[in-house]
Design a protein around this ligand. Sequence first.
Ligand code: NI
Length: 135
Amino acid sequence: MPGVIRFGVSLPSDVAREFDEVISKVGYKNRSKAILDAVKSFLADLKWTMGGSERVVGSLSFLYDHGVKGLEDYLTDIEHGFRSIITAVLHIHVTDRICHKIIAVEGPAEEIKKLALKIASKKGVEQLKVNVATI
Ligand code: NI
């Protein structure tokens, strides 16, 4: 097949067995597609960790307490400031005080990292998670 490289990989037998069991349970028909997905996810995580100029697409998800003074305004200002990489924002009211926000992003990993750190470090924000994929 053009554009495809075949290579052998050595794994400890218990890891290989578990890999085969798990991918089969979730519906993969063969190892190649599972390994392709795993490698893409691994690369996306590394690009994110390196925070370089590589373009990634993904989302930030976090909870926050809208009762914390100034937090809503801070988040709105941040969203305007980073509008070049924000493609959508979803706000869900979870309880009387707690909101769940999902911010869809696309752009350089380093910019997405900056945005995530500015939000995560703020009082009242909890459990921020970043999910990124390579384009
Ligand atoms: Ni809300």
